[in-house]
Write a protein that binds this ligand. Structure first.
Ligand SMILES: C=CC1=C(C)c2cc3[nH]c(cc4nc(cc5[nH]c(cc1n2)c(C)c5CCC(=O)O)C(CCC(=O)O)=C4C)c(C)c3C=C
Ligand code: FE2
Ligand code: FE2
Length: 379
């Protein structure tokens, strides 16, 4: 079994004296997400892991290029995290979501209880080996890989699944843990309801007489066009979430889907969120409600990019009515949705451990690990 680095031991928040009295968990649910640096000292290693990941950013001489880019980018990104309180809140929110989800699941799915969540971030602690080590110590036999990205992209969920596959070759070569996968949930009614509720709450902050003129700007992290053109599911699944939310809201306001957080010089999917804000402002739409649609908790791209960076650009352009709907974070409606997704999955997982959609790789995918991952989890 691979050794657990000492630095990782502090993430075993669940192995407290409290938990010594808890019964052995029957079902382990691994919440997989990107992760973020908890403080400024973690920024460099976060970026190094991120730029080393060929599933996210394929680079020539990947290892070397990652070192150079991470070092160069660290001061700028440190400054962004400093402006949002020193670190990413993703771990705090994911822990809270996991704990709340466990409680709901134990009630609504007693046959698979007790449930316990584990966290496997792709680029920050706790990393996949830390989750697997904890699961092994708990004696988990039944495990669910539950992506926390509602919409599937090879660059996000695909990368996390490939990493889980690689790590399991080392951590569980005898395949003692039985796995199944929740790879997307972009139109789950609970997700759609939770986002719709946050939009309604956001709209209520505008005066009643002008409320129906507010443009709802759904903003998702963009993707490089190279990935889009390989056939990545993400753009159409994000659009499907947007449509489901607007249908529930009976299309009460105008809306657009826009894309944020482009990095580097190559072409990315647009329109860019900041350009859209300014463009709509010029056309007389002063009131705009930003809605993060592809990430379920706050992170640097909501707290810094949307709130601070784009907020300032908008003010400078004379746009006074730009606001943002709250992220889902620990909203109980959203937590119920998480639990419902897992419960429904567990009912079907013995016969279908992976979804039909996950079985089909992108038409343009040339990465053999993607096929090995699917073959591994489809047993
Ligand atoms: C659905 C969400 C995300 C997709 C899709 C996504 C794709 C993607 N990202 C990069 C490059 C970077 N992303 C960075 C940070 C970052 N990305 C997401 C989400 C998605 N990324 C989040 C939530 C975060 C921030 C985490 C936090 O701490 O709050 C960064 C690091 C920051 C920076 O250097 O600007 C990079 C780089 C690519 C290339 C990509 C698709 C291929
Ligand atoms: Fe990103
Ligand atoms: Fe792939």
């Amino acid at each position: 079994m691979p050794m657990m680095p000492v630095s990782a031991m502090r993430f075993f928040a669940t192995t407290t004296s409290d938990n010594l009295h808890k019964p052995k968990p029957k079902t382990g649910i691994v919440l997989m997400n990107l992760g973020g640096p908890a403080n400024e000292d973690e920024v460099h290693d976060f970026l190094l892991r991120l730029f080393s990941d060929g599933d996210l950013i394929p680079l020539p001489l990947q290892k070397y290029a990652a070192q150079v880019i991470a070092k160069r980018r660290t001061p700028k990104i440190k400054e962004q995290y400093n402006q949002i309180g020193g670190g990413s809140p993703i771990l705090k929110w994911t822990r809270q979501q996991g704990e709340m989800m466990e409680k709901v699941l134990d009630k609504i799915s007693p046959e698979t209880a007790p449930h316990k969540h584990y966290i496997a971030f792709r680029y920050a602690h706790p990393l996949t080996p830390e989750a697997l080590s904890e699961m092994k110590a708990d004696g988990i036999e039944r495990a669910v890989a539950f992506t926390q990205y509602p919409q599937y992209s090879c660059s996000t969920t695909g990368s996390s699944m490939n990493e889980l596959y690689r790590q399991l070759q080392e951590w569980d070569p005898e395949r003692k843990m039985k796995w199944s996968v929740i790879d997307r949930w972009h139109t789950h009614p609970g997700l759609v309801q939770a986002v719709a509720n946050h939009i309604v709450a956001g709209l209520e902050k505008y005066p009643e007489e002008s409320r129906d003129k507010v443009v709802i700007l759904f903003s998702a992290h963009s993707l490089p066009m190279e990935i889009v053109n390989k056939g990545d599911y993400y753009p159409s699944e994000v659009a499907a979430t947007v449509e489901a939310v607007m249908k529930l809201l009976k299309y009460r306001n105008s809306y657009r889907l826009v894309w944020q957080s482009q990095v580097g010089p190559r072409p990315w999917l647009g329109p860019q969120t900041n350009a859209a804000i300014l463009g709509l402002g010029e056309k007389g739409f002063n009131d705009q409600l930003l809605v993060p649609i592809a990430f379920t908790s706050d992170h640097v791209e909501t707290l810094f990019e949307l709130d601070l960076e784009y907020g300032e650009e908008a003010r400078e352009a004379g746009i006074t009515g730009l606001t943002r709907a709250e992220s889902l974070n620990a909203d109980p409606v959203f937590i119920d949705a998480m639990a419902d997704i897992v419960k429904n999955h567990l009912k079907e997982a013995d016969s279908s451990p992976i979804s039909k959609q996950f079985k089909v790789r992108c038409p343009g995918c040339t990465n053999e690990t993607c096929q090995n991952t699917r073959d591994f989890f489809d047993e």
